[in-house]
Design a protein around this ligand. Structure first.
Ligand SMILES: *Cc1c(COP(=O)(O)O)cnc(C)c1O
Length: 341
């Protein structure tokens, strides 16, 4: 089989690859699981995942290095986060080794679809954990499916990093103060589709949500965390129990301090004190960093570094992290998991 993909023009779209991993949980334990060519899930119409949102997902990437090897970036962190999400939704944990082996097996089976180093693309992996079975009352499922599928995706910024405009959501929250904001569940996303669409229609690339209790502090972006760089060389990112703990964010906190010599701070980011920041960005696995040109907050539009240019520290952080992910820059211990074919 020869594959024919225009690597340079990949976006972020579903592509049905030859293999995915699937395992069932029954009678209180995980079965071994297997790779399958069947891309359709078969589940009861009454599955709790469908009715009551008892489901969780993850997102991570495999990268091709300059020498042609394939490596994963911090998959243990995704495994741990999925375990925390599972605890919150009364789902069984997927053990870390089981999770990493499943991810590796999917990469290996579809290795021809890991984009070449030069293309800037990567293989995006989507682990999914769902409650299934014949239950219609509101209660946790007795049976679960854990699956991991994959698709090649392009580099987010084709022509290099580009700042874009964001808008503060005044009418909708992403999460409740003590709700499921810190869990990576689809339910958080269903409610963010409408504010997201409103923002796009108004010409903004994404929504910034404020803390749901007081609406005075930045919480996060729809599917990415927020960071700002102060004029005093501090890397600041919000701390809140209703933010999804981004692995990219924690990686940047570490690199900001250890490699760039910034002061790394998790704390409050008041929406009416944006003047303290020289640069700002959103971070997550998909784009790594999306530089924020400016934030529209009610009638005020606040510009950070520049409407069109990326700030120097944002750029350095991006290069450092992407360099590590692609194997060009030495990684901190334990961040890289090679996939041997
Ligand atoms: C997945 C996700 C992020 C980004 O997390 P990463 O681990 O960096 O990919 C941020 N916010 C939300 C709501 C998410 O679901």
């Amino acid at each position: 089989m020869s594959i024919n993909i225009d690597w340079e023009n990949l976006g972020f779209s579903y592509m049905k690859l030859p293999y995915r991993f699937i395992a069932h949980y029954k009678n209180g334990q995980w079965e071994k699981g297997e790779l399958t060519e069947d891309a359709t899930l078969h589940l009861s119409e009454s599955s709790p995942a469908l009715h009551y949102g008892q489901q969780a997902f993850e997102g991570l990437k495999a990268y091709r290095t300059k020498s042609g090897d394939i490596q994963l970036f911090r998959p243990d962190q995704n495994a741990e986060r999925l375990q925390k999400t599972a605890d919150r939704l009364l789902m069984p944990q997927v053990p870390t080794d089981f999770f990493i082996d499943a991810v590796k097996s999917v990469v290996k089976a579809n290795h021809e679809y890991v984009p070449p180093y030069e293309s800037g693309g990567s293989l995006y992996l989507r682990p999914l954990l769902i409650g299934v079975g014949d239950i219609i009352g509101v209660q946790p499922a007795q049976e679960y499916i854990f699956t991991v599928f994959a698709m090649p995706v392009g580099s987010y910024f084709k022509g290099g990093l580009t700042p874009t405009k964001f808008i503060v959501s005044r009418d909708y929250d992403r999460a409740a103060p003590h709700g499921t904001g810190a869990a990576k569940v689809g339910g958080n996303y269903a409610g963010s589709l409408l504010p997201g669409q409103n923002a796009h229609h108004a010409g903004y690339s994404d929504v910034i949500y404020l803390d749901p209790a007081t609406h005075t502090k930045i919480e996060e972006v729809g599917s990415a965390n927020f960071f700002g760089i102060t004029k005093d060389n501090e890397f600041v990112t919000p701390l809140s129990p209703s933010i999804l703990p981004s692995i990219t964010k924690y990686s940047l906190l570490y690199l900001a301090e250890k490699r760039l010599g910034l002061k790394a701070i998790e704390g409050d980011v008041e929406i009416d004190k944006l003047d303290r920041f020289a640069e700002a960005g959103a971070c997550g696995t998909a784009a790594v960093i999306s530089p924020i040109a400016g934030i529209q907050n009610a009638d005020e539009y606040h510009v950070f570094y520049s409407e069109t240019e990326v700030g120097p520290i944002t750029h350095k952080l991006y290069d450092e992290l992407v360099g590590i992910q692609k194997g060009d820059v030495p990684a901190p211990d334990g961040w890289i998991y090679p996939v041997s074919l």
